[in-house]
Design a protein. Structure first.
Lengths: 109, 109
DNA sequence: CGTGTAAGGAATTCTGACACG
DNA sequence: CGTGTAAGGAATTCTGACACG
């Protein structure tokens, strides 16, 4: 775990203008979805928003749902549930790994 | 081949300011290496340079070589040789695939 | 050769607000 | 609720050039 590369997909390096081009959303819309806690860009040293490719994908999904008449509040609920599920999956994986280690001493590093 | 995603690694979406932060190089240096044909950013609709993660990696290698006293001209020579090798590898792969197709009719799509 | 810098302009991004519905 | 817009400022990026060595 010496590396914290987080891979290209999650590195926040894209400015709002490019995200706008990539998603077809206006900057106003993108900022609003942040206000509604649907995405969480980082800030560059100078204060401008930086997005990852993951964020771009999330925004495309949000755009689809909004088009279907889903409200931002509901979208957030879905995301929370979704994250909950992922957390459970991770937890299960970790537990399984623990068992294997106990039985066979498989390296966890 | 319906997709042209080119994966995240090669998508040119990073502005020169962020590349500067990521590589530790000044914008002046980054633009100069482009002038010397070592990197090839795309231009956004409005004309600003856009780099990929691949470009960032290439720039880190360039930075190392420059530090070792290698001149931009030599670095370019190396890159050309390197690309030549990759082309040959690709060619060999393609030829092999062709043989297999001829013998067993394996789908190439 | 590789890099710094001052120069002036054009485009980007930010925030808070008013508007419509 | 979700989005558009005008507003003013601050930061970004661009190009061509002069400088040093």
């Amino acid at each position: 775990m010496a590396y914290e590369e987080a891979s290209y997909k999650d590195k926040k390096v894209i400015s709002i203008g490019v995200v706008s081009e990539l998603t077809g959303l206006t900057e106003r819309q993108i900022r609003y979805y942040e206000e509604r806690n649907l995405i969480f860009p980082e800030r560059s040293p100078r204060g401008s928003r930086k997005y990852s490719f993951s964020d771009v994908e999330t925004l495309m999904e949000i755009a689809n749902k909004i088009e279907d008449g889903v409200q931002t509040f509901e979208i957030r609920q879905e995301m929370i549930r979704q994250n909950g599920k992922e957390d459970q999956r991770e937890l299960r994986k970790r537990m399984l790994r623990g068992q294997l280690n106990a039985q066979f001493g498989i390296q966890d590093k």
